[in-house]
Design a protein around this ligand. Structure first.
Ligand code: RB5
Length: 141
């Protein structure tokens, strides 16, 4: 069965989200798009909430895109059990999976170019959590 990835954006992240969806579907992922569905202005907290709830209900993983990636990460991290990581480089993407068991990756369309963003997505999706002492620390949050 194809691995499911949940994805969402506001208008500021819509174009990059479309590139990510295409990239993931080409690799055989099942991508569940929670909106938005056009570049019409909308509110990122609404999308972040919908995606965070789906991640918690399915023990899944998600990608959120807005203009900077920051609003989405602030909004998603309000939900207990969500560990949303705003990444602008591949090292952080790898480390936030290994050490933080990040379950939502946040990206900024106005910050990170498409090529780098797709590399960040690939590394974030393929890197496993190390567990051990890092699990103890997550339990303290
Ligand atoms: C929308 O203009 C912009 O504020 C939003 O995409 C995001 O960057 C907020 O953090």
């Amino acid at each position: 069965m194809a691995e499911r990835v949940i994805i969402g954006s506001d208008h500021g992240g819509f174009k990059l989200k479309c590139e990510i969806i295409k990239h993931l579907r080409e690799q055989g992922f099942e991508v569940c798009d929670k909106g938005c569905y056009s570049e019409e202005s909308c509110d990122y907290p609404v999308i972040a909430k919908s995606v965070a709830k789906d991640v918690l209900n399915t023990s899944g993983r998600a990608i959120l895109v807005c203009g900077t990636g920051i609003g989405m990460s602030i909004a998603a991290n309000r939900f207990d059990g969500i560990r949303a990581s705003h990444c602008t480089d591949t090292f952080s993407a790898r480390m936030t999976r290994m050490h933080n068991d990040s379950n939502i990756l946040c990206l900024g369309e106005r910050i990170t170019g498409t090529g780098l963003a797709l590399d960040i997505v690939d590394i974030w999706l393929k890197t496993d959590f190390e567990g051990g002492r890092h699990k103890n620390r997550i339990d303290m949050i």
